[in-house]
Design a protein around this ligand. Sequence first.
Ligand code: TYD
Ligand code: MG
Length: 459
Amino acid sequence: MAKAKIQFVCTSCGADYSKWQGQCGECKDWNTLKEFRESKAPAGRPDFSQGDRFAGYAGAKASIKALSEVDLNEQARLETGISEFDRVLGGGLVAGSAVLIGGHPGAGKSTLLLQTLCVMAKQFSVLYVTGEESMQQVAMRAQRLNLPRDDLKILSETSVETITEVAKEVQPKILVIDSIQVMHAPGIESAPGSVAQVRESAAWLTRFAKQTGTILILVGHVTKDGSLAGPKVLEHMIDASVMLESSGDSRFRTLRAIKNRFGAVNELGVFAMLDSGLKEVKNPSSIFLNRSGEDSPGSVVTVVWEGTRPMLIEFQSLVDSATMGHPRRVAVGLDTNRLNMMLAILNRHGGIFTGDQDVFINVVGGVRVNETAADLASTLAILSSLRDKPISSNWVVFGEIGLNGEVRPVPNGQERIVEAAKHGFTRAIVPIGNKPRKNIEGIQVVPVKNLAEALEQIR
Ligand code: TYD
Ligand code: MG
């Protein structure tokens, strides 16, 4: 037997190396290289392009066209019937696309897919491959959730070779693989879940999907254990990657696209996990706010922009004198670097020193805020806790803070203010560049130029 060829693959970005090294040269992550053993001759690349549905997909025979000759007919989208899911996908599933649904075990990936596909199966043929749960378990869950069970075809299998053989016969419009971590591809010796298996299995399945025009939905577990391949290695192969995230024991789940070749990223779908499965939350602002009517120090509400809509969220901060030498900075739902930057700006441009304080900041409800528009709100939350002085719970604050202490305008300023007014907020502290031209009913807008002016407002 020919000697197995050893390669190393970065589990973070998927780059290949012939020798092990501590740091990946591509993504600069440390200790992410894992051994990838290709046995004998690598498995032949199968050609699935017999049949009638292959023309135009990546795997079909090469042909050259001028860009203008390419058929521009928009790819039809299949609506999933769950509007939060559709919005995150950019309007539905695109024919021939490969979508990855990632998330921690228990996030609700299987539940979401089962709920969606039992209903879609009435219109389109769907093959659901379950590699983790038995057919009975899936059927029992469908029964418990009161889902139609007549049309969804289910297969319990972990070999991608067998799966594509079955799929070639059944010709499903949608093929679901739950999950990619338990699949194995021919010719790869390492254990299921290893980088090599995940990568090869996913490559095999996406090739099948592209060549036959099947929609492929892969489920992938995100895990902190380095020995399992996170969905990162798959990101190059797939068209859209969406993450279903939960925070702690919160029953809310957020669905977010982190890559989408057919739509915008940053769309956020919100679900609640109930006894009856995942339920869409159509007005997320209402759940992430704790409107007890009481003003408490350290709490500030802001409006973030999530994809195509505004959402109100609340910051809670606790600032307390540091008991041990090195003060702690803990940010949950917010980037710690951003927090450190805000503290430095607060010191330099607001004259407020926090170097001897522990600073904790949290986004209520377990949402993640990636927007710089939240700068001003997080800074005021910290200040409010430091001074032990509440900011009225009827106020809303947004704006980006620059390193010179200036408050910069943010996109969709007007819509954010309108959203706040809709939820009964009476005062908005906003960047001067976002000052609306006309009055907005029910809300007083206070434009500020820089941090000092904002601090004036909360004296
Ligand atoms: P599941 O879809 O199996 O997660 P994943 O496929 O992402 O690993 O969901 C598992 C969790 O959801 C489980 O801990 C129980 C909970 N759950 C409910 O609370 N209600 C329900 O109706 C269902 C089906 C699951
Ligand atoms: Mg599952």
